[in-house]
Write a protein that binds this ligand. Structure first.
Ligand code: HEM
Length: 154
């Protein structure tokens, strides 16, 4: 089904409404991930052997911001071009980084759940099943693009 201008607006408008609080949201997002699956924190090299508390870790906030912003960009791409086209170097780098870090389909699923819950809690006054689906579709397509680059070369 086509990714319509309405779907794009559902993602972009809600992101614009909350992006000023992205640092705080990013922390909530990761706390939710680690609450469901505590072992996921072990995947992040910058969380191992550090005395910096989670809420002060700049790399964690940066990762959360990338996920939010890139999912939003994916919505724009899907409406304009019908698929997610990130810069060749960006997507290759993301594929390689996640493959090396041992990220699996289950981790992407876990993040999907946490992402949708975090946005829902941030914009309860805007939230709807349509908005949920628009974010979910954008995230899924972005993840498909990353996963393609994670496959070992045959
Ligand atoms: C690294 C984005 C999903 C774990 C990164 C980087 C970006 C990014 C931009 C930095 C790459 C670099 O310059 O080194 C994304 C996006 C995702 C996603 C857009 C989904 C749409 C996930 C998931 C996990 C994960 C599901 C695990 C639960 C990691 C780890 C690193 C990383 C462990 C390496 C961090 C490091 O070595 O410092 N990701 N990520 N990512 N990501 Fe993700």
């Amino acid at each position: 089904m086509a990714f319509t201008a309405e779907k794009e607006a559902l993602v972009v408008d809600s992101w614009n409404a909350i992006k000023a609080d992205a640092a705080e949201l990013g922390l909530k997002f990761f706390l939710r991930i680690f609450e469901i699956t505590p072992s996921a924190s072990g995947l992040f090299p910058f969380l191992r052997d550090t005395s910096v508390p989670l809420e002060k870790n700049p790399k964690l906030k940066r990762h959360a911001m990338s996920v939010f912003a890139m999912t939003c960009e994916a919505a724009v791409q899907l409406r304009k071009l019908g698929r997610v086209i990130l810069k060749e170097t960006t997507i290759k780098h993301l594929g390689a980084t996640h493959a090396k870090a041992g990220i699996t389909g289950e981790h992407f699923e876990l993040m999907r759940y946490a992402l949708l819950e975090t946005i829902r809690e941030a914009v309860p006054y805007m939230w709807s099943p349509k908005m949920r689906n628009a974010w979910a579709e954008s995230y899924d397509q972005l993840v498909e693009a990353i996963k393609k680059e994670m496959r070992p070369v045959a």
